[in-house]
Design a protein around this ligand. Structure first.
Ligand code: ZN
Ligand code: ZN
Length: 238
């Protein structure tokens, strides 16, 4: 079954995302775009995933609670979790590994926590776009310890993609699932034998993905997680 997905979306809690990327707005936009399953993946926190899940229930869009963790090598690593509870627990650990540097909203943007009924309930103090002190391997371990699936984000894009940050893409069986940013060249060796995701990395409502990427799964968060976990568990190539 072809399930339309966008598994990399930021909310207004990420300083670099628009303030109108509230959970209800972004889930509503996913509904308008006809997406079946999305993931909310803010930088180094999962605090807006409860409200995204609530919006998903109301709008009939399945939401995977996620996060985009920055390793100390500046690699962006997506984590997809089986439940909001696990995402929040992982997020709390990751946040504790951020340096004690305060966000300056005028410089970096607001970090808005959204509570019930899409109402702002506070802001996060530490600057979320900093790197944690966790190695990329430790980030993977942390995500898996919470039942999650680690996926290197936009491996082919910029200094925060794994290829740019590490200088090369490690070989299998490391990182059996990767995200490749569409429209940017990606060396063939980096994806050979790997399960590849394409997502929007949207920071603005209009940038959410159209119906362009499907996974062979039922249109539920649970079945997409089942597929990702199966792909993450493979020890060899396709
Ligand atoms: Zn990123
Ligand atoms: Zn991102």
């Amino acid at each position: 079954m072809a399930t339309y997905c966008d598994l990399h979306i930021h909310s207004c809690l990420s300083p670099c995302a628009d303030d109108d990327m509230t959970p209800w707005n972004l889930v509503g936009m996913a509904r308008v775009k006809g997406l079946d399953v999305i993931a909310l993946t803010d930088h180094n926190t999962a605090l807006n995933t409860p409200e995204a899940a609530a919006a998903g229930e109301a709008y009939g869009v399945q939401v995977i609670p996620g996060m985009e963790v920055t390793s100390r090598e500046e690699v962006h690593m997506l984590g997809y979790f089986p439940s909001v509870r696990e995402a929040l627990a992982a997020g709390e650990e990751v946040y504790a590994h951020l340096p004690d540097v305060k966000n300056q909203p005028a410089l970096f943007g607001n970090q808005i926590i959204v509570g019930a009924e899409d109402t702002p309930s506070g802001t996060l103090e530490k600057l979320l776009i900093n790197a944690t002190d966790l190695s990329v391997g430790e980030v993977c371990d942390l995500i898996r310890a919470h039942g999650g699936v680690p996926v290197p984000a936009h491996i082919n894009r910029g200094s925060n993609g794994m290829i740019g940050a590490l200088g090369l893409m490690p070989f299998l069986p490391e990182y059996p699932v990767v995200e490749v940013y569409p429209g940017v060249a990606c060396p063939a060796y980096a994806v050979k034998g790997r399960f590849v995701l394409h997502s929007s990395d949207a920071h603005r409502l209009e940038d959410l993905q159209e119906r362009t990427f499907t996974l062979d799964a039922l249109p539920t968060a649970g079945d997409v997680m089942r597929l990702l976990r199966a792909m993450d568990g493979r020890k060899s190539g396709i």
